[in-house]
Ligand binder design. Structure first.
Ligand SMILES: Nc1ncnc2c1ncn2[C@@H]1O[C@H](COP(=O)(O)OP(=O)(O)OP(=O)(O)O)[C@@H](O)[C@H]1O
Ligand SMILES: [Mg+2]
Length: 492
């Protein structure tokens, strides 16, 4: 049935809550805390349609009631998930301190998605927190997650943001908000670490079996499905982090509790996109040592997968030593898989259909040249696909023109016409990313003036990142020079 036909037939949820049927040490059953005066800030109609929900119904009061946690939709069984995590290298017991999983919605095509409220009230995992979230950061998660989806990167998505009508006290009172997040699941490396920390071996086996059934049922055929799970999770993480590198994305808080086993990017706290190319870029105010700097992300993903492997040791093999050997053999594949995917991606970004040994240095030399000249990462790569390069100082730079000559010669050594290379490049080098100053501008308009038109226009441009959209050329502009480097903040 089309969403538009659904106005009188209810919101269209189809819940089947498999996680809530797992042993109860994995979660606490708890409803969200109702809020005073909720209002819809933004609703994602196209995602709602794609999920087979009744978009017209959810865009109105019914949606406001559900997305604020004031009404539990039929079939939902709210739970808060237990998890732990290594935060900046240090182990902590955590859990959903400000989130409630309403349940798993099954789409008309049979896909299963977690529907989770974030900012929905205190839980047994809240520690000293208030269980709430602020409008700005929730809108930020909405913008970036939807931009990532449009860029073709595996990600959780955002169905709605509602304001709560209640202030949230940080340094000053700020407008409270709740995000409705849609995810393949919320099983984190930290969920396994939570069980491992309690010595719950049966729990590890149960959760690993559940993860395989839910996300990778084909692994049930493997000789050792748990080893296959480790390898698959590893490969998904490599793929994800390579995709991040290729669009200049910096996650900012790659703690093990922010790594989902399904391979989706999750938790858009202090993340941001890089403007001028610098592998040491860090935006997060709390990442003082640059642990999660742009170019350190692959190493950090590997570190996180290693923590996951440790939790699986009891189920990998009955003998401890053999289990360690199996885990190590799997973990050792990370660097080669990374190099392969990284090179495949960079070749596509440079319009190369064939492989040559010197491609690695061709890629590296361009990046070095961009770094030395503080060239804009996104625009430089996108402009390389143009027939005539724009007349900018960077493209006139002798180190660049020398590189350009090498690249042109390389292109002539493949059979594909130059037009095919350009099309390949346009499909792999976005014209539009959520530029930090544009995101801030949209958030300021929404928060300070209740004007959501700036945000909506930004979202529209970001929904087609690989199209030229010459009418929106201003969204490609890097930020004007400023005295202070851009900083992001988390935990708000
Ligand atoms: N205001 C708050 N009240 C209670 N708990 C909080 C609050 N803010 C964060 N937490 C909890 O602190 C932990 C770390 O926070 P972090 O910022 O990584 O996650 P998050 O953004 O809340 O959620 P997620 O990882 O689900 O996107 C999480 O367990 C989170 O639930
Ligand atoms: Mg988190």
């Amino acid at each position: 049935m089309k969403a538009t036909d659904n106005t009188t037939t209810g919101p269209g949820w189809n819940f089947d809550n498999s996680y809530a049927r797992l042993p109860d040490y994995l979660y606490t059953r708890l409803d969200p805390t109702p809020v005073r005066a909720p209002q819809m800030a933004i609703f994602n109609s196209s995602l709602s349609d794609a999920l087979g929900l009744a978009t017209n119904t959810l865009a109105g009061d019914e949606g406001v009631a559900i997305f604020s946690g004031n009404r539990i939709p039929e079939g939902a069984q709210p739970i808060c998930q237990a998890y732990a995590g290594h935060q900046f290298g240090y182990f902590t017991m955590l859990g959903d301190g400000r989130a409630h999983l309403l349940g798993e919605h099954i789409t008309p095509t049979g896909q299963r998605f977690d529907i989770q409220l974030k900012g929905s009230g205190r839980t047994p995992f809240s520690r000293s927190g208030d269980g709430r979230a602020v409008l700005g950061p929730m809108l930020r998660e909405y913008i970036i997650s939807e931009a990532m989806h449009a860029l073709g990167i595996s990600t959780t998505r955002s169905l709605a943001v509602v304001t709560t009508g209640e202030p949230v006290y940080r340094e000053t009172p700020l407008p409270g908000a709740i995000l409705t997040r849609v995810a393949a699941s919320h099983i984190r490396v930290g969920t396994f670490e939570y069980l491992a920390a309690q010595g719950n071996r049966d729990g590890i086996r149960t959760l690993a079996e559940y993860t395989i059934h839910r996300h990778f049922p084909e692994l049930l055929q493997a000789d050792n499905p748990f080893l296959a799970l480790l390898q698959t999770v590893l490969e998904k993480q490599v793929e994800l982090v390579v995709r991040w590198l290729h669009v200049g994305f910096i996650h900012g808080v790659m703690n093990t509790d922010n790594m989902a086993l399904c391979g989706e990017s999750i938790d858009y706290g202090p993340c941001a996109f890089m403007d001028s190319y610098d592998p040491d870029t860090v935006f997060s105010s709390i990442d003082q040592d640059g642990r999660y700097a742009f170019a350190r992300q692959p190493a950090m993903a590997q570190w996180n997968v290693t923590r996951f492997a440790e939790t699986l040791l009891p189920v990998l093999h009955d003998e401890g030593e053999k289990a360690v050997e199996l885990a190590n053999r799997s973990l050792a594949t990370f660097p080669d898989i990374f190099q392969r995917l990284r090179m495949d991606g960079m070749r596509a970004k440079l319009g190369l259909f064939t492989k040559e040994d010197a491609d690695m240095s061709l890629m590296q030399d361009l990046l070095t040249c961009m770094q030395q000249n503080q060239a804009d990462y996104t625009n430089t790569l996108r402009d390389l696909a143009l027939e005539t390069l724009p007349d900018t100082p960077f493209f006139r730079e002798p180190s660049f023109t020398a590189w350009h000559q090498r690249w042109q010669t390389r292109l002539t050594r493949q059979e594909e016409p130059v037009e095919a290379s350009r099309a390949l490049m346009r499909a792999h080098n976005p014209a539009f990313i959520p530029r930090n100053h544009r995101v801030e501008e949209a958030l300021a308009a929404a928060q300070e003036r209740h004007d959501f038109t700036v945000l909506e226009k930004l979202l529209e441009v970001l929904s087609r990142p690989y199209d030229d959209q010459p009418e929106h050329a201003e969204y490609r502009q890097p930020p004007p020079p400023s005295e202070k480097p851009y900083q992001t903040f988390c935990g708000t």
